[in-house]
Design a binder for this molecule. Sequence first.
Ligand SMILES: Nc1ncnc2c1ncn2[C@@H]1O[C@H](COP(=O)(O)OP(=O)(O)OP(=O)(O)O)[C@@H](O)[C@H]1O
Ligand SMILES: [Mg+2]
Length: 323
Amino acid sequence: MAATPAVEALGLVKHYGAVRALDGVDLSVEEGTVLGLLGPNGAGKTTLVRIIATLLVPDAGTARVAGHDVRSEARAVRAAIGLAGQFAAVDALLSGRENLVLVGRLYGLSARQAALRAESLLERLGLADAADRLVRGYSGGMRRRLDLGASLVGRPSVLILDEPTTGLDPRTRIELWEIVEGLVRDGTTVLLTTQYLEEADRLAGRIVLIDNGLTIAEGTPDELKERLGADVIDARLRHVDQGEIALAALASLATLSPPGGPAPTWHAEGRRLRIPSAGGAATLLETLRALDAAGIEIEDISLHRPSLEDVFLTLTGRGAGDA
Ligand SMILES: Nc1ncnc2c1ncn2[C@@H]1O[C@H](COP(=O)(O)OP(=O)(O)OP(=O)(O)O)[C@@H](O)[C@H]1O
Ligand SMILES: [Mg+2]
């Protein structure tokens, strides 16, 4: 028997007026693991984590954190979690240290305990040097780290991070990943939303991909990549109006589209065709011939192992073919 999951959501539904933000999402995070909740803008990620964090009540479905129901045992859920939101929630007119001490006091720590806790978190997050400066003067990355620190004051067993690295430069992003990895090594369970596939690939043991409030795929990063077949052919077309013609030309290639397998997709923004391919270099040749015969002009074309980005673009079907 598996242990009780640290986070479990079943059939969550949430409307905002006419908008169906969540349409029956299930989710389960095993203790001590990282689950990456991935999805494009407006997919429902923040809505989902806010329900799990007891900040929002679902219209239907249930969620439990550390075995506690988010509705009937909200207090116990709050005691178990730390939440760092999509927008840093620290007070700009206080210093980093004052922010953390304040949160500690809100958690009921004594002044002394709060000061000690703040000190150790500032150290852990690499903010010791900036501890006594006003947050107003912090960079975006420093604010995010402080926000993460604030979510750790209560020593949460479950940490919820809503797009923790959006807008950060690559170096700061890696620093934050290292902090999260350290927390996970110490036994913290993490539910992470992100739009960065690289981030999910690096941090998450399992990924749930949602779009329009629905789960569209779930698995380990490798499982999701395997779903796309062995390789992906990535072609950039010269003319944006040739995407549909190209898809039609490829539809007849049985090797590219085995029944039930993923189909080629067209992404008008980058004029890119993504073609799941089981046949390696032979399929690349076949693809080139088919596109050439249809009069499609290709700017560049490559064959590579699928990345999570390929999974994301293929499964969310962004671009043509998406009704
Ligand atoms: N307070 C609100 N009132 C009305 N509609 C809302 C509200 N909050 C979210 N929505 C809508 O619900 C849907 C899901 O929003 P949500 O913020 O959960 O998405 P998200 O995946 O977090 O997106 P992003 O990547 O942009 O943060 C969207 O269509 C959004 O416009
Ligand atoms: Mg969001």
